[in-house]
Design a protein around this ligand. Structure first.
Ligand code: GAR
Length: 208
């Protein structure tokens, strides 16, 4: 069976990467295969998860590349060499330029830990998103999977799931609940959905 080749971009713990690996094992993710993991942090625990699952990984840091442009050029080279069809940003804490995102329309997806358009855009990442939600006093938050375009967290929404805020929540307890009840479910579902569409349309090796 022909599958879409997926590159997962990570920066940290990689629990969303793990959810994708698990969903591949359970055939929830069936139309796509994780072909590569790309990290912009040398010490990301996500790299260990990739190694354990026998997935090729690459580290490209802005510092070693020298500039945003060179950083993205290095990544583009890897994507084309690995014949990647779909890019999944799973806790990737670096904003990609328009030069990069415009090369891959509807071929980059991101998971964000809030119900977009709340608590999103530049500066809203990781725990900061949950801190802002608690500060505002929202009673319902959640997660969103969306296509990536030139506007941070601004692309078309693919899936969303709501999660209740509990009394006494801290950013950490809320983050865990949003991950467990929303992100780890909707990210694999969305990746399967988009991979399936790519396979139906016919793959286009190295030319996503
Ligand atoms: C996740 O909550 C993800 O949604 C968020 O960072 C965490 C990464 O965790 N991403 C963003 O905030 C992107 N704007 P993980 O490394 O364990 O998957």
């Amino acid at each position: 069976m022909i599958k879409a080749r997926i590159a997962v971009f990570v920066s940290g713990g990689g629990t969303n990467l793990q959810a994708l690996i698990n969903s591949q094992r359970k055939n929830i993710l069936n139309s796509g295969e994780i072909a590569a993991v790309i990290s912009n942090k040398q010490d990301a625990y996500a790299l260990k998860r990739a190694e354990k699952a026998n997935i090729k990984s690459f580290v490209v840091t802005k510092k070693s590349a020298g500039s945003q442009e060179k950083f993205e050029t290095e990544i583009i080279k890897i994507l084309s060499r690995e014949r990647i069809d779909l890019i999944v940003l799973a806790g990737f804490m670096s904003i990609l330029s328009e030069n990069f995102t415009s090369r891959y329309p509807k071929r980059i997806i991101n998971v964000h830990p809030s119900l977009i358009p709340s608590f999103c855009g530049k500066g809203f990442y990781g725990l900061k998103v949950h801190e802002a939600a608690l500060e505002k006093g929202v009673k319902v938050t959640g997660a969103t999977v969306h296509f990536v375009n030139e506007i941070p967290d601004g692309g078309e929404i693919i899936l969303q799931k709501a999660v209740n805020v509990h009394e006494g929540d801290t950013a950490e307890t809320l983050q865990k609940r949003v991950m467990r009840l929303a992100e780890w479910k909707i990210l694999p579902e969305a990746v399967e959905k988009v991979s399936h569409e790519i396979v139906l349309k016919g793959r286009n090796y190295g030319n996503i």
